[in-house]
Write a protein that binds this ligand. Structure first.
Ligand code: IPM
Ligand code: MN
Length: 356
């Protein structure tokens, strides 16, 4: 029997709907080629709706999302909403509620894409960051004392549980093994200063490593790792790190792979429902102009298929993206592509229809 996937679609704010439309077009194309079915349910969630109704995401809606096979997200963010409300009320709430404890971010330089790093080629930039996605500084632990006075104290604590750290590290080892590339896993931390949190990370990493004798392990402090990501990106295969460091290093990663226009991420609950998104944000000033590169959203769809087990369909998408980046697009940045958002979607669909 044909498999049928229930997919929640959250186009969201700004340019989210434009890029999601292209991702859906590509999904429909590979579904037909690979003989599976899908059913999309679209949800109106985001800054626009928050301004109208005061609602971010309700528990009922989260419950509903929790029944799906996957969530496909465009972008959340609105210039008229105070920073923090949508991020915490929608994005982080969904990650935490659905226990999407892995944030997976591939950093891959495709042929034909400009990297600001001199002399580096696609063979040098191809690694994946496994970012812990439900703990650390992101849990919102802490508070104020005497707020607004000269004696004000602000505390923001990083929460690291053995269970949370271990499941993330295990996922990274498994992922590294399955990826089967250099079979090298680097722990990114700050053991010289954050001596409690990263002591837990390091001990757990070393203990779990014993179960994976075929994986080479390495450690780097986060500051040094930023240096090496630029100087020697070829050293990395899979990097595992905490929530905050993962947030920072993956923006750096997005830049060395060519920019936000092609960077995708997955919020994964290996035993539940995962959410896939382009990581570039809502780009409000480009809304409706067809100037944003949909490839980040299309690669998010590729990650979605890979995660739910449609490897062949995922590889078709990647082949289409690689071809269009190699042969068509002038520059991956918004407005400089030489094509509209829709035209890039069409080029990828066309390639898949003819060649896969
Ligand atoms: C990301 C974003 C989010 C994060 C923000 C919007 C809360 O920067 O997905 O990396 O910090 O995780
Ligand atoms: Mn970020």
């Amino acid at each position: 029997m044909k498999k049928n996937y229930e997919i929640a679609v959250i186009p969201g704010d700004g340019t989210g709907p434009e890029v999601v439309a292209e991702g859906i077009k590509v999904l429909e194309t590979v579904a037909a080629k690979c003989n599976f079915d899908y059913h999309f349910s679209t949800y109106d969630i985001g800054g626009e709706r928050y301004l109208k109704t005061g609602e971010t995401i309700s528990d009922e809606l989260l419950e509903c999302l929790g029944q799906k096979d996957a969530i496909y997200l465009g972008a959340i963010g609105h210039p008229e909403v105070k920073p923090g409300i949508l991020e915490q009320g929608i994005l982080l709430k969904t990650r935490f509620s659905l226990d999407q404890y892995i944030n997976l971010r591939p950093v891959k330089l495709y042929e034909g894409v400009y990297t600001p790093i001199k002399d580096k080629l696609p063979e040098h930039v191809d690694f994946v960051v496994v970012r812990e996605n439900t703990e650390g500084l992101y849990v919102g632990a802490g508070g104020y004392l005497k707020r607004g006075t000269p004696d004000e104290v602000a505390i923001q604590e990083s929460i690291n549980t053995r269970k949370g750290v271990e499941r993330c590290i295990r996922y990274a080892f498994d992922y590294c093994q399955k990826r089967n590339k250099a079979k090298k896993l680097t722990l990114c931390g700050k053991t010289n200063v954050l001596t409690y949190a990263f002591d837990l990370w390091e001990r757990t990493f070393n203990e779990v490593a014993i179960e994976y004798p075929d994986i080479e392990t390495d450690y780097a402090h986060v500051d040094a790792l930023c240096m090496w990501m630029v100087k020697n990106p070829e050293w990395f295969d899979v990097i595992v790190t905490d929530n905050m460091f993962g947030d920072v290093i993956t923006d750096l990663g997005a830049m060395i792979q060519g920019g936000m226009g092609i960077a995708a991420g997955a919020n994964i609950n290996p035993d539940g429902v995962s959410m896939f998104e382009p990581i570039g944000g809502s780009a409000p000033k480009y809304t409706g102009q067809q100037k944003i590169n949909p490839i980040a959203a299309i690669l998010a769809a590729q990650l979605m298929l890979e995660t739910i087990g449609e490897q062949k369909a995922a590889s078709f998408i990647e082949a289409g993206v690689a071809k269009v980046l190699r042969e068509n697009i002038k520059d991956v940045a918004a407005g400089k592509m030489g094509y509209t958002t829709q035209e890039i979607g069409d080029l990828i669909v066309g390639y898949i229809q003819e060649n896969c």
